[in-house]
Design a protein around this ligand. Structure first.
Ligand SMILES: NC(=O)c1ccc[n+]([C@@H]2O[C@H](COP(=O)([O-])OP(=O)(O)OC[C@H]3O[C@@H](n4cnc5c(N)ncnc54)[C@H](O)[C@@H]3O)[C@@H](O)[C@H]2O)c1
Length: 304
């Protein structure tokens, strides 16, 4: 007996909601009609919101604190299995426990992004735990505040290694998997400092500027292979990184004045635009740099 059209539609919706991977569109053929169902249609048909990262697997480097931690929690809430990659083991494990306690899926993989073997291991552990990798979000970062004319070589190198070379290593090994499966999403973290000079941060400026061009290169080279790559450029955000420099109300007020919104960001305010860029909502967005800076890039670094 040929099933009724409505039954075919329900069957198809159930199949997609059970998480049949790789089927962006199902053709339902009945005796009277051919019906194409896309995810967007199904959201409309069901009249309820599906999670933005349902059945996705996302690596987030530097996810033990700050923006990375906020993104790990948000991505997990949106249905992703999240791999927390960081050098800080205790804090990273805590993020995983918090996600699991809230009903999400997460794994900690100790990763120093400056070591290529760690980046390779990160991809391998992700694939063996979750049998997939959809999103690589390179968020780990580090800054050292000092003028160029006194900056020691080791401080220069450390900032280039963590911010730029580490991003490259994870991109390189994620790309090898993305090329095998014919799809993948990269999100790299630069900064407003990859665009505007910031005081006493020559290496950080150079590294973050490099991250922007590295990402544009990847977007350009691998777009035709199904890979999207974008950059997020946060403005000043209250995290572990800024705790050391925003030490008083006066400094906080000065930092706030850098943004035309006259305040600094909370980590979730960076994580939400990151979610947009890694999700299918941004399916036609690649090679772009999204400034999430409260308007700081409009006026540069204002002081006083
Ligand atoms: N906070 C800001 O104002 C601001 C502004 C612009 C850009 N950013 C960028 O946002 C990203 C997140 O920074 P945050 O503000 O949340 O700071 P954070 O210090 O809270 O987090 C950075 C994380 O990176 C991890 N990390 C450092 N070195 C690593 C390494 N070698 N391997 C793996 N992990 C490593 C740290 O352990 C930490 O968990 C960074 O790339 C930073 O440069 C931050």
């Amino acid at each position: 007996m040929v099933p009724h059209r409505a039954e075919l539609v329900i069957l198809a919706i159930n199949r997609i909601e059970r998480g049949v991977r790789g089927e962006k569109q199902l053709c339902v053929q009945g005796d009277l009609c051919d019906l194409k169902l896309s995810f967007a249609n199904i959201r409309f048909i069901r009249g309820k919101k599906m999670s933005k990262l349902k059945n996705k697997v996302a690596i987030i480097t530097g996810a033990a604190s700050g923006i990375g931690r906020a993104a790990a929690q948000l991505f997990a809430q949106e249905g992703a299995a999240v791999v927390v990659a960081d050098v800080q083991e205790k804090q990273g494990q805590q993020v995983v426990q918090d996600i699991q306690a809230a009903g999400g899926r997460a794994l900690f993989v100790r990763t120093d992004v400056t070591i290529e073997a760690d980046a390779e291991n990160l991809i391998e552990k992700t694939l063996s735990a979750f049998a997939a990798l959809d999103i690589a979000y390179n968020n780990a970062g580090y800054e050292h505040v000092e003028d160029a004319h006194t900056l020691a070589a080791e401080h220069w190198q450390r900032q280039i290694e963590i911010n730029l070379t580490g991003t490259f290593y994870v991109c390189k090994h994620a790309l090898q998997h993305f090329l095998k499966v014919g799809r993948g999403v990269i999100l790299n973290t630069a900064s407003i400092s990859g665009f505007l000079p910031s005081p006493k941060r020559p290496a950080y400026n150079a590294a973050k500027g490099g991250v922007i061009m590295l990402t544009r290169n990847i977007a350009y080279e691998y777009g035709s292979k199904g890979v999207r790559a974008n950059v997020i450029c946060p403005g000043i955000t209250l995290t572990g990184m800024t705790e050391g420099t925003v030490t008083s109300d006066e400094v906080l007020a000065q930092a706030s004045r850098c943004a035309v919104l006259n305040r600094i960001a909370q980590p979730l305010e960076i994580a939400r635009p990151a979610l947009f860029l890694v999700s299918d909502d941004a399916s036609f967005v690649t090679g772009t740099s999204l400034f999430v800076d409260g308007g700081m890039s409009l006026g540069g670094f204002r002081s006083g």
